[in-house]
Structure formats: structure tokens, C-alpha cells
Design a protein around this ligand. Structure first.
Ligand code: FAD
Length: 289
């Protein structure tokens, strides 16, 4: 029996009042699992700058959780980006997930702002230079669409760690071996910072498949066939829990002790998988006495 992993959860900032209630419900369900941190994304193209700031501030003030803010280089000058980071620090939020970011939908490839950071490594270096932040970065076990050659993703992660990042969180992937091969290549390249697997519980297979194609996550045939069958039989919830629990179990058996869940602000599947992995709310003595 392996130890239960430490977990963290990713949320996106709500755009409507109803979505705010859904996020708060999600936090209520997952907070008892005592995550290492929860993080709030920054919309593609920098589109949720204020919403991210507000959600981060509210969670920091009212949830009692350790909150990390995502920050990207897109559509902002260096000064503006660093001012957003300083705003987080002033509010007491000192953990940042630093990313190059994707452009807004339909805009093709990333083009740096004329006065902005040219890439993620520059952003990490600037944030690290302030001495104020714990910095996490993205990592790509399946090739990122912008990878220029086989070692690009490992080389680039090394640059970000050397620039001052403390930890990496991976893009989601579907097979544990994909992660293990990447972890081995990172170790060979001298990367010794923790690399935390990013786990995507599959709420909606069609949606996840679209997302996987966009971000380069390889979709195994067996998984596609399994969801086809499960959807026909009305059993995709059961399959989603089993597949995600099995992936996490294999990762833990392979030495992983931290997992980061992309919750998409829907807590049930993440909670069920965490329970299956032995991540359960601490039963306080006063509640049972
Ligand atoms: P980088 O590491 O900068 O680049 C990704 C890959 O592209 C590299 O591994 C390398 O192969 C290649 N590459 C990039 N630049 C160069 C270069 N100059 N020369 C050679 N090769 C290069 N997006 C958002 O908009 N908002 C978010 O909140 C958000 N959160 C995320 C959280 C996590 C954990 C992850 C993994 C991704 C997230 N993303 C988010 C998506 C991310 O912005 C995209 O994947 C983006 O395309 C890359 O950003 P990065 O900083 O991870 O990549």
C-alpha cells in the first residue's frame, strides 16, 4: 500500500454570478482534502486579467487555502505583467504559475507584445529576480505543438528551471508511461526540480478530445474505444473514475507523490478519484467524540 499523494487543484475564474457560486461549491467540496495549493488560470490572450485577480483575491481572503495565480506574457508589456505580479504579492499571494500563454482563439501562434516578455523563461527570470514568489511552470510530456525538435520540451523546461522556477506542472496526458519517459529525459538533462503530473479527470470525452488535439496530448486508441462503448451504455462516469484512478495509481506506484488536478470547476470526479487514492478529509476528533 503506497502513501496517499499530496494534491493541488486548478480552477478557472468565473465570468458570471452563477459560475461564481459553482466555483465556491467546488472549493467547499475540495478544500477538506487539504490541497498543497489551489491555482486560478489566466484566460487565453490575457482575457481574464481582472477576473483572475478577483478570484485569486477572494479565494486567498476567504477560503483559507494556499492560492497560486497563473500569469502569462500575452498582450501585456513587461511593466504591466510585473505590476500584476506585484499586485498579487501586495494581496499576500506569493505563488505564481508562470506561462508564456496562448494567444486568443483564432490568432494563430504566439507573438510577443512589442514591450513584453518574449517567452516564458524571460518571465520566470523577472519574477525570480523580485525574490517574492514561489514559481511553477508548465511542462509537456507529450510534444507541445510549438516544439521544434525531439528535445525541445525538455531543453525549454531546463531553461525555465535555470531561470528560477521551483517546480513544474505537466500538461495532461493519458498514459503513465508518457510521464515516466518524460521524467527520465528531464533527469538525464539535469533537471532536479519536482515535476508534478497534471491530471485531467474526463468529465466529457468529446470536449477533452478537442482540447487534447489543440494542446498536443496524444489520445490512445484504447481510451477512445472505451469511451465510445461506455457512452453507448451510459456508463462514461464510471469509466472516467476508473481510468483516472488507474492513471494516478500507476503514477504513485512509479514514485509520484504529488498530483495536480484540472478540475474545470467541477469537483465530484476529482473528489471521487482523490478518495479512491486515499486522499480523504481529516476526521477531527471533536467531530467523532
Ligand atoms: P513554454 O515552455 O514557454 O513553451 C512550450 C514549448 O514550446 C516549449 O517546451 C518548447 O518546445 C517550445 N518553445 C516555446 N518557446 C520557444 C522558443 N522561443 N524557442 C524554441 N522553442 C520554444 N495558458 C493560458 O493562457 N492561461 C493559463 O492559465 C494556463 N495555465 C496552464 C497551466 C499549466 C500547468 C500548463 C501546462 C499550461 C497552461 N496554459 C495556460 C497553456 C500554456 O500557456 C500553453 O501551453 C502555451 O502554449 C505554452 O506556455 P508555457 O509557458 O508552458 O510554455
Amino acid at each position: 500500500m503506497t502513501d496517499a499523494p499530496a494534491v493541488s487543484f486548478e480552477f478557472f475564474p468565473p465570468k458570471t454570478l452563477e459560475a461564481s457560486f459553482r466555483l465556491w461549491d467546488t472549493v467547499q467540496v475540495l478544500a477538506p482534502l487539504e490541497p498543497r495549493f489551489v491555482s486560478v488560470t489566466y484566460g487565453a490572450g490575457g482575457t481574464t486579467r481582472e477576473l483572475t485577480r478577483d478570484a485569486v483575491g477572494t479565494l486567498h481572503k476567504h477560503s483559507g487555502l494556499n492560492v497560486a495565480a497563473h500569469l502569462t506574457c500575452v498582450n501585456a508589456s513587461k511593466a504591466e505583467t510585473l505590476e500584476i505580479a506585484e499586485g498579487f504579492a501586495r494581496a499576500g499571494v506569493t505563488e505564481i504559475v508562470a506561462l508564456r500563454g496562448d494567444p486568443p482563439k483564432g490568432e494563430g501562434s504566439f507573438t510577443p507584445h512589442p514591450e513584453g516578455f518574449a517567452n516564458s523563461a524571460e518571465l520566470v527570470e523577472a519574477l525570480a529576480g523580485t525574490g517574492k514568489f514561489t514559481i511553477r511552470v508548465g511542462a509537456y510530456p507529450d510534444p507541445h505543438p510549438d516544439a521544434r525538435h525531439e528535445t525541445s520540451d525538455v531543453d525549454w523546461l531546463k531553461r525555465k528551471i535555470d531561470a528560477g522556477a521551483d517546480e513544474a506542472i505537466t500538461q495532461f496526458f493519458f498514459e503513465a508511461d508518457t510521464f515516466f519517459r518524460f521524467r527520465d529525459r528531464c533527469a538525464k538533462a539535469g533537471i532536479d526540480a519536482p515535476i508534478v503530473p497534471g491530471i485531467m479527470p474526463i468529465e466529457n470525452w468529446a470536449g477533452i478530445k478537442r482540447f487534447a488535439k489543440m494542446c498536443g496530448a496524444v489520445i490512445p486508441d484504447w481510451l477512445d474505444r472505451a469511451f465510445d462503448r461506455a457512452e453507448r451504455d451510459g456508463r462514461s462516469d464510471l469509466l472516467a473514475t476508473a481510468v483516472c484512478t488507474e492513471l494516478c495509481t500507476q503514477l504513485i506506484e512509479g514514485g509520484v507523490d504529488k498530483l495536480h488536478f484540472y478540475t474545470l470547476n467541477k469537483p465530484e470526479l476529482t473528489r471521487d478519484v482523490c478518495f479512491a487514492l486515499g486522499v480523504k478529509p481529516e476526521m477531527k476528533l471533536e467531530h467523532v467524540a
